[in-house]
Design a protein around this ligand. Structure first.
Ligand code: NAD
Ligand code: ZN
Length: 355
């Protein structure tokens, strides 16, 4: 499958080596560098080992983990490129999860005022989320994605086969973003994902679902590139989701971004039902689906004030109002829906009592 967005060509294929060879022949770059972390090097690089390309490439390995999405790591990558003779004609292939793709995209965009790069995302989250939109960057002064540039990879190559070695938690984190895309787009897409057995993956059909999810994300991005309006649909689940993510950050209960979003979706479905008349049956059915797969977060009354505070700091708010993206129905989005403190607390009380 091939999707072309305004800026990049995306190939979703079970024959990734073939596509990579063709792309490299077309681009005809100078030296080729692969950016990996220790996991993508160990688990994913062998999948490409049959290709001739692998013989002549330079590998740059960085350490996995959000704390390494830093300026020090970028400096290391620049240094490696420089010392190993990269020039303007070189190509950087980012081969790993969202961190490798974000950081590598930034390093490539700034090295010698920019060299070409390709992304081969190897986690579900990076395949469905980071592949469209052109955001690259790093964390700085403890702030996520504080430094970065918009720049698009020339190509993105996706194969769900890489997910075979990914742990269940990371698979479910990416799956949550796919579920969100389906909810904001159509009942048919939601039904399709609901019927898929994510605990027992069929990789060929997952490639098709990934392709569909990217198409949906791209639909919203291209309609509203600067997020003034309908692109906010993609934030569904993220107001509560970000608050949950922050609440547990640096604790022993830390949760992945997508997992936090899954719980955020449950809360925002409740508000959708109460404030936008999202239908009762669909509400019960979808909440049950999420609870079945993701379980429930342990929160109690003493967390509510902190969660509310975190929600008030959300970037999507204007002035004092809390703005949330809600749903009137599958694929029927209402953006900038105002919410009060009482409503937020009501949701949290309801969520806490869910069984
Ligand atoms: N640019 C964007 O639009 C965008 C969108 C969403 C998220 N992000 C960023 O992406 C990052 C999160 O991405 P992520 O969830 O992919 O995290 P990640 O890159 O940390 O990968 C998760 C873990 O899986 C390992 N891994 C990667 N591929 C593997 C494989 N095939 N088998 C086994 N292990 C593997 C990694 O080494 C890491 O330990 C965040 O920094 C976030 O800010 C960016
Ligand atoms: Zn997200």
């Amino acid at each position: 499958m091939q999707l072309s967005t305004e800026y990049s060509h995306i190939f979703i294929t079970s024959e990734i080596e073939k596509s990579l060879l063709k792309i490299i022949t077309d681009l005809n770059p100078g030296k080729i560098f692969f950016l990996v972390d220790e996991n993508s090097r160990q688990y994913c690089l062998p999948v490409l080992n049959n290709t001739d390309i692998i013989k002549d490439i330079e590998i740059i390995e960085i350490e996995s983990g959000e704390k390494n999405k830093s300026i020090n790591t970028v400096t290391f990558v620049w240094e490696q490129l420089s010392k190993r003779g990269a020039d303007r004609s070189s190509l950087l292939i980012n081969f790993g999860g969202g961190i490798v793709c974000d950081l590598g995209g930034f390093a490539a965009s700034t090295f010698k005022r920019g060299i070409s790069f390709i992304n081969i995302p190897t986690t579900l989250l990076s395949q469905v989320d980071a592949s469209v939109g052109g955001k690259t960057g790093i964390n700085f002064l403890e702030l996520k994605n504080e430094i970065g540039v918009f720049n698009h990879p020339r190509y993105i190559l996706i194969n769900s086969i890489f997910l075979k070695t990914l742990d269940n938690e990371n698979v479910l984190s990416g799956w949550a973003e796919m579920l969100k895309n389906s909810l904001i787009y159509s009942r048919a897409d939601w039904d399709n994902l609901k019927g898929y057995k994510i605990q027992n993956i069929n990789y060929k059909s997952l490639n098709e679902l990934i392709s569909r999810s990217i198409t949906i994300k791209n639909y919203f991005v291209e309609k509203d590139p600067t997020e003034k309006g309908i692109r906010k649909a993609l934030n569904f689940g993220h107001t509560f989701g970000h608050a949950f993510e922050s609440l547990f950050m640096n604790t022993t209960n830390e949760i992945l971004h997508g997992t936090a979003v899954a719980h955020g979706i449950v809360c925002e479905l409740y508000l959708s039902n109460k404030k936008c008349l999202f239908p009762d049956d669909e509400f019960n059915d979808s909440v049950n689906y999420f609870i079945n797969i993701y379980g429930k977060l342990k929160i109690d009354g003493s967390d509510f004030g902190k969660i509310y505070e975190l929600i008030t700091h959300d970037k999507k708010n204007e002035g004092k109002d809390i703005n949330i993206t809600l749903l009137r129905d599958f694929g029927d989005v209402e953006i900038n829906k105002k919410c009060t403190r009482n409503e937020i607390i009501e949701v949290l009380n309801w969520y806490r009592e869910l069984s």
